[in-house]
Each structure stands twice: as structure tokens, then as C-alpha cells.
Design a protein around this ligand. Structure first.
Ligand SMILES: N[C@@H](CCC(=O)N[C@@H](CS)C(=O)NCC(=O)O)C(=O)O
Length: 237
């Protein structure tokens, strides 16, 4: 059986990491037998390839890092995530996935780690009970990364304006459809729904949550994907 190593969740999130939730959705769509195991020990996290989660452990104990690495691994075993999509739609899906995983992800990092009220929420959830010094040191590293990427150099209002543009674009692609490419879930939904959900509720900063709340069609879409996932996805062993 495959084991997905994940960050923990709570009542609001299957996992506080949207990439772990993405990998769980991909595994569920693949039809493979799998279980979830949460990693709580920082030393165990540090020992993972890339020192990040999600990581998939296969039947031989081989570790496959990164949600896109996990997707590729599942496809190599026969899974199809974009059944029925044309070549153009497959191209659109790839563009969308990169935009979500790499563009909206930076927005989420700013919303949770940079904005002070987002960070206060992180201290009460993800880092509840964790001593101040190592958490602050880790945050400083994240903020350095956001400075290098450039996102933290913008005014908050500029970040919010760009977020609004991106959400409007995704809402336009979704239109009246149930999922991003029609009536059935595809790989793009596995990326988009968890990321949008993470932006739509704390610990994302309130001003970011407010921007997402202005997109009721996206909110309905998030529920469509994630409410079913909450019922179907395995809980941590
Ligand atoms: N590109 C990776 C990103 C995974 C990722 O950023 N994981 C974060 C949590 S959302 C993590 O484990 N961070 C731990 C660390 O940086 O120490 C994917 O798609 O899986």
C-alpha cells in the first residue's frame, strides 16, 4: 500500500498544507490503495527529500517528493487525471497548475507568514505550543525567500490587486461548469481547490480572505471539491 506523508490538519483543513491536500486528491482519483501518515517531528521532516511534504512512500519504501513528482509517479503506474481533455485543454491545465502552485502559493505564503494578522493565526494553529525562538527563526527564513522572490516588496494593496486579477481569471475559466474542465474533476482541480480554500479562510490574513469572499462562484467550487474530499479522503493513521 502507498503511504502519503503529510502535514497535519484540523477541523478547517484536511491538511494545513495545500500541497499535501492536492497529493491526497490525486491519490484518491488514481484509485490506488493508500493511507495517510502525518509527520509531526521536525527531525523527520528535515530527513525528507527537499525537507518538505508531501512525500509518498511506495511499497518498497522509496520516497517520492513533491505533489507533481507524486502525480508523475501515479501516471507512470497508469493513472489518468485529464481523461477526455483535448490537447488545448491539457495545455490550459498545465498553465493553470503552474499559476496556482507557484503564483497563488506565493500569495498564500504572504497571507500566512508576512501579514502580521495572518502570522498571529499561524502561531495559534500550525505552531501552537511551539517555542518562540525556532519558530521566529524559521519565519525569518521564509520572509527572506519572499523578499528574494519580490512579493514582499509590494504594498499589500498591490498584492491584493494581483490576487483579485488571478481569482477573476480562474473564475472566468470555471464559468458555469462544476469543475475547471467540465463535469468531472481533473488534475487542475486537485491543485486549485485546496489552494483557493487556503486563501479563503484563516490563518490567511483577513484582507486576503475578504478578496476571495468577493468570488462566490469560486467559494461554491471550493465547497464542491473539498466537502466531498472531507468525506472520502482517509484520515491520518
Ligand atoms: N512544490 C512542492 C511544495 C511542497 C511544500 O512547499 N511544502 C511545504 C508545506 S506547504 C513544506 O513542507 N515546508 C516545510 C519546510 O519548508 O521546511 C509540492 O508541490 O509538493
Amino acid at each position: 500500500m502507498l503511504t502519503l506523508l503529510t502535514h497535519g490538519g484540523n477541523d478547517e483543513f484536511y491538511s494545513l498544507s495545500m500541497f499535501c491536500t492536492k497529493a491526497a486528491l490525486l491519490l484518491q482519483m488514481s484509485g490506488e490503495a493508500w493511507q495517510r501518515q502525518d509527520v509531526h517531528d521536525p527531525a523527520e521532516l528535515a530527513s525528507m527529500p527537499h525537507s518538505k511534504l508531501p512525500v509518498l512512500s511506495d511499497e518498497t519504501g522509496t520516497l517520492i517528493p513533491d505533489s507533481e513528482g507524486i502525480r508523475r509517479f501515479l501516471e507512470q503506474r497508469g493513472a489518468e487525471f485529464d481523461t477526455g481533455l483535448s490537447a488545448v485543454q491539457k495545455g490550459q491545465s498545465r498553465v493553470l497548475i503552474r499559476m496556482v502552485d507557484e503564483g497563488l502559493w506565493l500569495q498564500l505564503m504572504c497571507a500566512r507568514w508576512l501579514e502580521e494578522d495572518g502570522w498571529a493565526g499561524m502561531r495559534q494553529t500550525v505552531f501552537a505550543g511551539v517555542p518562540e525562538a525556532p519558530v521566529n527563526e524559521f519565519r525569518a527564513g521564509v520572509l527572506e525567500g519572499l523578499h528574494f522572490a519580490g512579493h514582499s516588496r509590494f504594498e499589500s494593496s498591490e498584492r491584493l490587486a494581483r490576487l483579485s486579477q488571478d481569482l477573476t481569471a480562474i473564475e472566468g475559466l470555471l464559468g458555469d461548469q462544476r469543475f475547471l474542465f467540465g463535469d468531472a474533476m481533473t488534475a487542475a482541480d486537485c491543485s486549485a481547490a485546496p489552494m483557493l480554500q487556503a486563501l479563503a479562510r484563516p490563518p490567511a490574513a483577513p484582507q486576503v480572505v475578504d478578496v476571495v469572499q468577493q468570488h462566490p462562484r469560486l467559494l461554491a467550487y471550493i465547497s464542491r471539491v473539498m466537502d466531498r474530499a472531507a468525506l472520502e479522503l482517509p484520515r491520518a493513521a
